[in-house]
Write a protein that binds this ligand. Structure first.
Ligand code: IFM
Length: 451
Protein backbone atom coordinates (compact mmCIF):
# COMPACT_ATOMS: atom_id res chain seq x y z
CA UNK A 1 0.00 0.00 0.00
CA UNK A 2 1.11 3.56 -0.69
CA UNK A 3 1.22 5.94 2.24
CA UNK A 4 1.21 9.35 0.70
CA UNK A 5 1.28 12.36 3.01
CA UNK A 6 -0.31 15.77 2.45
CA UNK A 7 1.54 18.39 0.49
CA UNK A 8 3.80 20.58 2.65
CA UNK A 9 3.85 17.94 5.37
CA UNK A 10 6.58 19.02 7.78
CA UNK A 11 9.18 16.23 7.93
CA UNK A 12 11.48 17.08 10.77
CA UNK A 13 14.13 16.08 13.25
CA UNK A 14 13.95 16.86 16.96
CA UNK A 15 16.80 17.51 19.35
CA UNK A 16 17.69 19.26 22.57
CA UNK A 17 20.47 21.63 23.64
CA UNK A 18 21.59 19.76 26.73
CA UNK A 19 21.72 16.41 24.98
CA UNK A 20 23.73 17.54 21.96
CA UNK A 21 25.48 20.91 22.30
CA UNK A 22 28.24 20.22 24.78
CA UNK A 23 30.35 23.37 25.36
CA UNK A 24 28.74 23.20 28.75
CA UNK A 25 30.93 25.87 30.29
CA UNK A 26 32.05 27.75 27.20
CA UNK A 27 31.42 31.28 25.98
CA UNK A 28 29.71 32.37 29.15
CA UNK A 29 27.31 29.47 29.62
CA UNK A 30 26.85 28.51 33.25
CA UNK A 31 25.74 25.19 34.71
CA UNK A 32 22.25 23.93 34.13
CA UNK A 33 20.47 21.80 36.71
CA UNK A 34 21.41 18.82 34.53
CA UNK A 35 25.13 19.70 34.50
CA UNK A 36 25.02 19.51 38.26
CA UNK A 37 22.74 16.46 38.48
CA UNK A 38 25.14 14.51 36.24
CA UNK A 39 27.81 14.99 38.83
CA UNK A 40 25.80 13.46 41.66
CA UNK A 41 27.25 9.99 42.14
CA UNK A 42 24.94 7.29 40.85
CA UNK A 43 22.63 9.61 38.95
CA UNK A 44 23.76 8.75 35.41
CA UNK A 45 24.59 5.31 34.06
CA UNK A 46 28.35 4.99 33.71
CA UNK A 47 28.88 8.36 35.40
CA UNK A 48 28.59 10.13 32.04
CA UNK A 49 28.35 13.92 31.91
CA UNK A 50 27.04 16.16 29.13
CA UNK A 51 30.03 18.54 28.98
CA UNK A 52 30.88 17.62 25.39
CA UNK A 53 27.87 15.51 24.36
CA UNK A 54 27.91 15.59 20.51
CA UNK A 55 29.68 18.96 20.42
CA UNK A 56 26.85 20.27 18.26
CA UNK A 57 27.82 23.73 19.54
CA UNK A 58 30.94 23.58 17.36
CA UNK A 59 29.83 21.04 14.76
CA UNK A 60 26.36 22.39 14.02
CA UNK A 61 27.27 23.39 10.46
CA UNK A 62 28.15 19.87 9.41
CA UNK A 63 25.10 18.52 11.28
CA UNK A 64 22.75 20.86 9.50
CA UNK A 65 24.39 20.14 6.16
CA UNK A 66 23.72 16.44 6.79
CA UNK A 67 20.11 17.18 7.74
CA UNK A 68 19.74 19.17 4.55
CA UNK A 69 21.08 16.26 2.51
CA UNK A 70 18.48 14.07 4.21
CA UNK A 71 15.85 16.49 2.98
CA UNK A 72 14.74 17.62 6.44
CA UNK A 73 12.17 20.42 6.28
CA UNK A 74 12.25 21.47 9.92
CA UNK A 75 14.73 21.19 12.77
CA UNK A 76 13.34 21.27 16.29
CA UNK A 77 16.05 22.49 18.62
CA UNK A 78 15.98 23.93 22.12
CA UNK A 79 17.62 26.99 23.57
CA UNK A 80 19.88 26.47 26.54
CA UNK A 81 18.52 28.91 29.10
CA UNK A 82 21.84 29.19 31.00
CA UNK A 83 23.61 29.98 27.71
CA UNK A 84 21.23 32.89 27.13
CA UNK A 85 20.83 34.11 30.72
CA UNK A 86 23.72 32.73 32.79
CA UNK A 87 22.14 33.80 36.08
CA UNK A 88 18.67 32.77 34.91
CA UNK A 89 17.44 36.37 34.85
CA UNK A 90 18.96 39.78 34.20
CA UNK A 91 22.27 39.71 32.35
CA UNK A 92 22.03 38.45 28.76
CA UNK A 93 25.01 36.52 27.39
CA UNK A 94 25.65 37.91 23.92
CA UNK A 95 27.83 34.94 22.96
CA UNK A 96 24.87 32.66 23.59
CA UNK A 97 22.57 34.85 21.51
CA UNK A 98 25.17 34.89 18.73
CA UNK A 99 25.39 31.09 18.72
CA UNK A 100 21.65 30.68 18.20
CA UNK A 101 21.69 33.34 15.48
CA UNK A 102 24.36 31.30 13.69
CA UNK A 103 22.43 28.08 14.21
CA UNK A 104 19.14 29.49 12.96
CA UNK A 105 20.69 31.25 10.00
CA UNK A 106 22.52 28.08 9.03
CA UNK A 107 19.24 26.10 9.04
CA UNK A 108 17.48 28.75 7.06
CA UNK A 109 20.25 28.93 4.48
CA UNK A 110 19.25 25.36 3.59
CA UNK A 111 15.55 26.14 3.70
CA UNK A 112 15.14 24.25 7.00
CA UNK A 113 12.45 25.76 9.20
CA UNK A 114 13.42 26.16 12.86
CA UNK A 115 11.06 25.00 15.56
CA UNK A 116 12.44 26.66 18.69
CA UNK A 117 11.79 25.17 22.11
CA UNK A 118 12.26 27.26 25.26
CA UNK A 119 12.61 24.56 27.83
CA UNK A 120 13.80 21.01 27.53
CA UNK A 121 14.37 20.65 31.32
CA UNK A 122 17.87 22.21 31.56
CA UNK A 123 17.10 25.30 33.60
CA UNK A 124 19.97 27.43 34.94
CA UNK A 125 21.39 25.98 38.13
CA UNK A 126 21.27 29.51 39.55
CA UNK A 127 17.47 29.23 39.46
CA UNK A 128 17.49 25.66 40.70
CA UNK A 129 19.24 26.95 43.81
CA UNK A 130 16.22 29.16 44.35
CA UNK A 131 13.86 26.18 44.09
CA UNK A 132 13.49 25.99 40.33
CA UNK A 133 9.95 25.11 39.31
CA UNK A 134 9.10 24.64 42.97
CA UNK A 135 9.30 28.42 43.36
CA UNK A 136 6.40 30.43 41.94
CA UNK A 137 8.84 33.21 41.06
CA UNK A 138 9.76 30.91 38.21
CA UNK A 139 6.70 32.16 36.35
CA UNK A 140 8.14 35.65 36.19
CA UNK A 141 11.64 34.38 35.33
CA UNK A 142 10.25 32.20 32.56
CA UNK A 143 8.31 35.13 31.17
CA UNK A 144 11.42 37.27 31.18
CA UNK A 145 13.32 34.50 29.36
CA UNK A 146 10.55 34.38 26.74
CA UNK A 147 10.86 38.14 26.27
CA UNK A 148 14.63 37.94 25.77
CA UNK A 149 14.16 35.22 23.15
CA UNK A 150 11.44 37.15 21.35
CA UNK A 151 13.53 40.34 21.41
CA UNK A 152 16.39 38.50 19.74
CA UNK A 153 14.76 35.85 17.57
CA UNK A 154 11.17 37.01 17.14
CA UNK A 155 11.74 37.95 13.54
CA UNK A 156 13.77 34.84 12.66
CA UNK A 157 11.69 32.02 14.09
CA UNK A 158 8.02 31.50 13.32
CA UNK A 159 7.43 28.21 15.13
CA UNK A 160 7.78 28.25 18.91
CA UNK A 161 7.28 25.80 21.71
CA UNK A 162 7.24 26.55 25.44
CA UNK A 163 8.15 23.15 26.84
CA UNK A 164 9.13 19.73 25.76
CA UNK A 165 7.51 17.06 27.95
CA UNK A 166 6.68 18.92 31.18
CA UNK A 167 6.30 15.52 32.88
CA UNK A 168 10.12 15.46 33.07
CA UNK A 169 9.85 18.17 35.72
CA UNK A 170 7.51 16.06 37.86
CA UNK A 171 9.87 13.10 37.52
CA UNK A 172 12.88 15.23 38.49
CA UNK A 173 11.28 16.75 41.58
CA UNK A 174 9.15 13.82 42.74
CA UNK A 175 11.03 10.68 41.75
CA UNK A 176 14.65 11.74 41.70
CA UNK A 177 15.65 10.01 38.47
CA UNK A 178 16.00 13.23 36.52
CA UNK A 179 17.40 16.63 37.53
CA UNK A 180 17.26 18.08 40.09
CA UNK A 181 17.10 14.62 41.69
CA UNK A 182 14.55 15.40 44.41
CA UNK A 183 12.20 12.75 45.80
CA UNK A 184 9.33 14.78 47.14
CA UNK A 185 5.96 13.93 45.67
CA UNK A 186 4.15 17.01 46.94
CA UNK A 187 6.90 19.32 45.70
CA UNK A 188 7.00 17.51 42.36
CA UNK A 189 3.28 17.93 41.79
CA UNK A 190 3.50 21.61 42.67
CA UNK A 191 6.55 22.07 40.42
CA UNK A 192 4.59 20.58 37.54
CA UNK A 193 1.65 22.91 38.17
CA UNK A 194 4.03 25.88 38.30
CA UNK A 195 5.66 24.77 35.05
CA UNK A 196 2.27 24.74 33.37
CA UNK A 197 1.66 28.27 34.59
CA UNK A 198 5.09 29.20 33.18
CA UNK A 199 3.89 27.83 29.85
CA UNK A 200 0.80 30.02 30.08
CA UNK A 201 2.83 33.10 30.99
CA UNK A 202 5.13 32.54 28.01
CA UNK A 203 2.14 32.17 25.67
CA UNK A 204 0.63 35.35 27.11
CA UNK A 205 3.81 37.33 26.47
CA UNK A 206 4.11 35.82 23.00
CA UNK A 207 0.53 36.91 22.14
CA UNK A 208 1.24 40.44 23.36
CA UNK A 209 3.77 40.81 20.56
CA UNK A 210 1.31 39.87 17.87
CA UNK A 211 4.07 38.64 15.57
CA UNK A 212 2.58 38.12 12.13
CA UNK A 213 2.51 34.45 11.15
CA UNK A 214 4.33 33.20 14.26
CA UNK A 215 2.88 30.21 16.08
CA UNK A 216 3.31 28.81 19.55
CA UNK A 217 2.49 25.44 21.08
CA UNK A 218 3.63 22.93 23.66
CA UNK A 219 4.94 19.40 23.35
CA UNK A 220 3.57 16.63 25.53
CA UNK A 221 4.54 12.97 25.55
CA UNK A 222 1.69 10.52 25.91
CA UNK A 223 2.57 7.07 27.17
CA UNK A 224 -0.88 5.65 27.58
CA UNK A 225 -1.61 2.72 29.88
CA UNK A 226 -4.43 0.32 29.10
CA UNK A 227 -5.91 -2.44 31.25
CA UNK A 228 -4.96 -5.89 29.93
CA UNK A 229 -8.39 -7.07 31.10
CA UNK A 230 -10.83 -4.23 30.51
CA UNK A 231 -13.38 -5.94 32.77
CA UNK A 232 -10.94 -6.10 35.68
CA UNK A 233 -11.45 -3.27 38.12
CA UNK A 234 -7.91 -3.71 39.39
CA UNK A 235 -6.29 -3.44 35.94
CA UNK A 236 -8.46 -0.45 35.11
CA UNK A 237 -7.55 1.31 38.36
CA UNK A 238 -3.84 0.79 37.66
CA UNK A 239 -4.10 2.16 34.14
CA UNK A 240 -6.14 5.11 35.42
CA UNK A 241 -3.56 5.86 38.07
CA UNK A 242 -0.70 5.94 35.59
CA UNK A 243 -2.65 8.00 33.07
CA UNK A 244 -4.31 10.52 35.35
CA UNK A 245 -2.09 10.75 38.44
CA UNK A 246 1.37 9.87 37.18
CA UNK A 247 1.28 10.72 33.50
CA UNK A 248 -0.20 12.75 30.67
CA UNK A 249 -3.58 13.45 32.34
CA UNK A 250 -1.94 15.81 34.86
CA UNK A 251 -0.88 17.95 31.91
CA UNK A 252 -3.52 17.52 29.23
CA UNK A 253 -6.52 18.15 31.47
CA UNK A 254 -5.41 21.58 32.70
CA UNK A 255 -3.88 22.49 29.36
CA UNK A 256 -6.72 21.49 27.08
CA UNK A 257 -9.77 21.37 29.37
CA UNK A 258 -8.85 24.07 31.86
CA UNK A 259 -9.21 21.86 34.94
CA UNK A 260 -7.59 18.96 36.70
CA UNK A 261 -9.32 15.64 36.22
CA UNK A 262 -11.59 14.40 39.02
CA UNK A 263 -9.51 11.23 39.36
CA UNK A 264 -6.42 13.35 39.94
CA UNK A 265 -8.17 15.57 42.47
CA UNK A 266 -9.44 12.51 44.33
CA UNK A 267 -5.94 11.05 44.34
CA UNK A 268 -4.54 14.27 45.81
CA UNK A 269 -7.22 14.33 48.49
CA UNK A 270 -6.78 10.67 49.39
CA UNK A 271 -3.04 11.16 49.75
CA UNK A 272 -3.22 14.35 51.76
CA UNK A 273 -1.68 16.31 48.94
CA UNK A 274 -2.83 19.64 47.64
CA UNK A 275 -1.81 22.07 44.94
CA UNK A 276 -1.29 25.75 45.41
CA UNK A 277 -3.47 26.99 42.54
CA UNK A 278 -3.77 30.77 42.49
CA UNK A 279 -6.44 32.88 40.92
CA UNK A 280 -5.91 33.09 37.18
CA UNK A 281 -3.62 30.04 36.99
CA UNK A 282 -6.06 27.78 35.19
CA UNK A 283 -6.98 30.47 32.64
CA UNK A 284 -3.31 31.11 31.97
CA UNK A 285 -2.61 27.41 31.47
CA UNK A 286 -5.70 26.88 29.34
CA UNK A 287 -4.92 29.37 26.60
CA UNK A 288 -5.52 28.68 22.96
CA UNK A 289 -2.56 27.01 21.27
CA UNK A 290 -1.60 27.33 17.62
CA UNK A 291 -0.57 23.69 17.44
CA UNK A 292 -0.19 20.76 19.77
CA UNK A 293 3.00 18.68 19.72
CA UNK A 294 2.58 15.00 20.47
CA UNK A 295 5.59 12.89 21.36
CA UNK A 296 4.69 9.26 20.88
CA UNK A 297 6.94 6.35 21.78
CA UNK A 298 4.90 3.50 23.17
CA UNK A 299 1.88 2.29 25.13
CA UNK A 300 1.61 -0.05 28.10
CA UNK A 301 -0.84 -2.78 28.96
CA UNK A 302 -1.25 -3.29 32.69
CA UNK A 303 -2.11 -6.55 34.41
CA UNK A 304 -2.42 -6.27 38.20
CA UNK A 305 -0.38 -9.43 38.86
CA UNK A 306 2.49 -8.20 36.71
CA UNK A 307 2.42 -4.79 38.32
CA UNK A 308 2.69 -6.38 41.77
CA UNK A 309 5.61 -8.47 40.60
CA UNK A 310 7.26 -5.36 39.15
CA UNK A 311 6.83 -3.45 42.39
CA UNK A 312 8.36 -6.33 44.37
CA UNK A 313 11.37 -6.40 42.07
CA UNK A 314 11.73 -2.65 42.37
CA UNK A 315 11.70 -2.92 46.18
CA UNK A 316 14.47 -5.49 45.94
CA UNK A 317 16.49 -3.02 43.90
CA UNK A 318 15.93 -4.42 40.39
CA UNK A 319 14.82 -1.35 38.47
CA UNK A 320 15.05 -3.02 35.02
CA UNK A 321 11.66 -4.52 35.59
CA UNK A 322 9.67 -3.68 32.48
CA UNK A 323 9.59 -6.01 29.54
CA UNK A 324 9.59 -3.63 26.59
CA UNK A 325 6.84 -4.61 24.21
CA UNK A 326 6.34 -2.18 21.36
CA UNK A 327 3.00 -0.79 20.30
CA UNK A 328 3.62 1.69 17.50
CA UNK A 329 0.09 1.20 16.19
CA UNK A 330 -1.44 2.65 19.36
CA UNK A 331 -0.51 6.15 18.22
CA UNK A 332 -3.80 6.34 16.32
CA UNK A 333 -5.81 5.73 19.45
CA UNK A 334 -3.83 8.43 21.25
CA UNK A 335 -4.56 10.86 18.44
CA UNK A 336 -8.28 10.07 18.72
CA UNK A 337 -8.09 10.56 22.48
CA UNK A 338 -6.64 14.04 22.00
CA UNK A 339 -9.50 15.01 19.78
CA UNK A 340 -12.33 13.30 21.65
CA UNK A 341 -11.46 13.26 25.33
CA UNK A 342 -9.39 16.46 25.30
CA UNK A 343 -11.39 18.24 22.60
CA UNK A 344 -8.24 19.31 20.78
CA UNK A 345 -9.11 21.52 17.86
CA UNK A 346 -5.71 22.85 16.87
CA UNK A 347 -3.42 21.24 14.30
CA UNK A 348 -1.24 18.43 15.63
CA UNK A 349 2.45 17.90 14.99
CA UNK A 350 4.02 14.59 15.88
CA UNK A 351 6.95 16.29 17.52
CA UNK A 352 8.95 13.15 18.39
CA UNK A 353 8.91 9.47 17.83
CA UNK A 354 11.82 7.12 17.90
CA UNK A 355 13.24 3.94 19.28
CA UNK A 356 16.57 3.30 21.00
CA UNK A 357 19.17 0.63 20.83
CA UNK A 358 20.98 -0.15 24.06
CA UNK A 359 24.75 0.12 24.05
CA UNK A 360 25.87 -0.44 27.65
CA UNK A 361 29.19 -1.99 26.62
CA UNK A 362 29.98 0.49 23.86
CA UNK A 363 30.05 -2.11 21.11
CA UNK A 364 31.47 -1.60 17.62
CA UNK A 365 29.76 0.89 15.32
CA UNK A 366 29.03 -1.81 12.71
CA UNK A 367 26.56 -3.40 15.13
CA UNK A 368 24.35 -0.33 14.96
CA UNK A 369 24.26 0.71 11.34
CA UNK A 370 21.78 -1.78 9.91
CA UNK A 371 18.77 -0.65 11.89
CA UNK A 372 15.99 -2.29 9.87
CA UNK A 373 14.05 -2.83 13.10
CA UNK A 374 14.04 0.97 13.64
CA UNK A 375 12.76 1.52 10.12
CA UNK A 376 10.04 -1.06 10.73
CA UNK A 377 9.01 0.67 13.95
CA UNK A 378 8.97 4.15 12.44
CA UNK A 379 6.99 2.97 9.44
CA UNK A 380 4.41 1.41 11.76
CA UNK A 381 4.11 4.70 13.61
CA UNK A 382 3.71 6.50 10.31
CA UNK A 383 1.01 4.02 9.30
CA UNK A 384 -0.80 5.02 12.50
CA UNK A 385 -0.36 8.72 11.71
CA UNK A 386 -1.66 8.08 8.22
CA UNK A 387 -4.74 6.37 9.62
CA UNK A 388 -5.36 9.49 11.69
CA UNK A 389 -5.00 11.65 8.59
CA UNK A 390 -7.44 9.45 6.70
CA UNK A 391 -9.91 9.86 9.58
CA UNK A 392 -9.72 13.61 9.01
CA UNK A 393 -7.33 14.65 11.78
CA UNK A 394 -5.34 17.79 11.13
CA UNK A 395 -1.79 16.44 11.44
CA UNK A 396 0.79 18.79 9.97
CA UNK A 397 4.15 17.17 10.56
CA UNK A 398 6.26 14.33 11.86
CA UNK A 399 9.61 14.73 13.64
CA UNK A 400 11.95 11.87 14.43
CA UNK A 401 13.83 11.65 17.68
CA UNK A 402 16.63 12.15 16.76
CA UNK A 403 19.29 13.14 14.24
CA UNK A 404 22.30 11.57 16.01
CA UNK A 405 22.87 9.41 19.07
CA UNK A 406 23.27 11.75 22.00
CA UNK A 407 23.19 12.03 25.77
CA UNK A 408 20.12 10.11 26.84
CA UNK A 409 19.62 11.68 30.28
CA UNK A 410 19.95 9.18 33.13
CA UNK A 411 21.06 6.51 30.63
CA UNK A 412 24.05 8.66 29.63
CA UNK A 413 25.62 7.51 26.37
CA UNK A 414 24.24 3.98 26.56
CA UNK A 415 21.03 4.43 24.57
CA UNK A 416 21.25 5.21 20.88
CA UNK A 417 18.23 6.89 19.29
CA UNK A 418 19.91 8.57 16.31
CA UNK A 419 19.51 8.15 12.59
CA UNK A 420 23.23 8.86 12.66
CA UNK A 421 25.63 6.86 14.80
CA UNK A 422 27.78 9.09 17.01
CA UNK A 423 31.22 7.95 18.00
CA UNK A 424 31.50 9.68 21.36
CA UNK A 425 35.32 9.49 21.29
CA UNK A 426 35.98 10.99 17.86
CA UNK A 427 32.56 12.73 17.55
CA UNK A 428 32.27 11.39 14.02
CA UNK A 429 28.69 10.92 12.79
CA UNK A 430 27.90 8.01 10.47
CA UNK A 431 24.53 7.50 8.83
CA UNK A 432 22.56 4.40 9.79
CA UNK A 433 20.27 2.70 7.31
CA UNK A 434 17.36 4.65 8.82
CA UNK A 435 18.96 7.95 7.73
CA UNK A 436 18.77 6.81 4.08
CA UNK A 437 15.25 5.50 4.67
CA UNK A 438 14.11 8.88 6.05
CA UNK A 439 15.70 10.62 3.09
CA UNK A 440 13.58 8.48 0.75
CA UNK A 441 10.41 8.97 2.79
CA UNK A 442 10.84 12.73 2.61
CA UNK A 443 11.73 12.68 -1.07
CA UNK A 444 8.63 10.62 -1.90
CA UNK A 445 6.48 12.34 0.70
CA UNK A 446 5.59 8.88 1.96
CA UNK A 447 6.48 5.23 1.52
CA UNK A 448 5.16 1.94 0.33
CA UNK A 449 4.58 -1.09 2.53
CA UNK A 450 2.75 -4.37 2.13
CA UNK A 451 1.31 -5.14 5.59
O1 IFM B 1 15.77 11.84 24.74
C1 IFM B 1 14.44 12.03 25.07
C2 IFM B 1 14.03 13.46 24.81
O2 IFM B 1 14.82 14.35 25.51
C3 IFM B 1 12.60 13.67 25.24
N1 IFM B 1 11.73 12.69 24.66
C4 IFM B 1 12.12 11.30 24.77
C5 IFM B 1 13.53 11.14 24.26
C6 IFM B 1 13.95 9.65 24.34
O3 IFM B 1 13.90 9.19 25.64
Amino acid sequence: MQYHFPENFLWGIASCAAQTEGAAFEDGKTASCWDVFCRLPGSIRGGDVMDIACDHYHLYEQDIAKMARMGIKSYRFSFSWPRILPEGTGRVNQAGIDFYHRLIRCMKSYGIRPLANLCHWDIPYALQLKGGFGNREMIRWFGEYMDVLLDNFGDEVDLWCTFNEPIGIFVGYAKGVKAPGLRDEAYGRQALHNALVCHGEAVRRFRERNIAGAKIGIIVDVWKHYPVRPDSEEDRAIADYYNECDGYGMILSPLLLGKYDEKYLTYLKDHDLSLDIREGDMELIHQPLDYFGLNYYNAFFEHADEVREREELKKKGHPQHMKMVHHPEMITEVLYMLVHKYQLKTPIIISESGIPELDPDHGPMEDFLNDDWRIDYLEKILQGVYQGLMAGLDIRGYYIWTFMDNFEWEAGFTMRYGLYYTDFETLERTPKKSAFWFHDVIENNGFERED
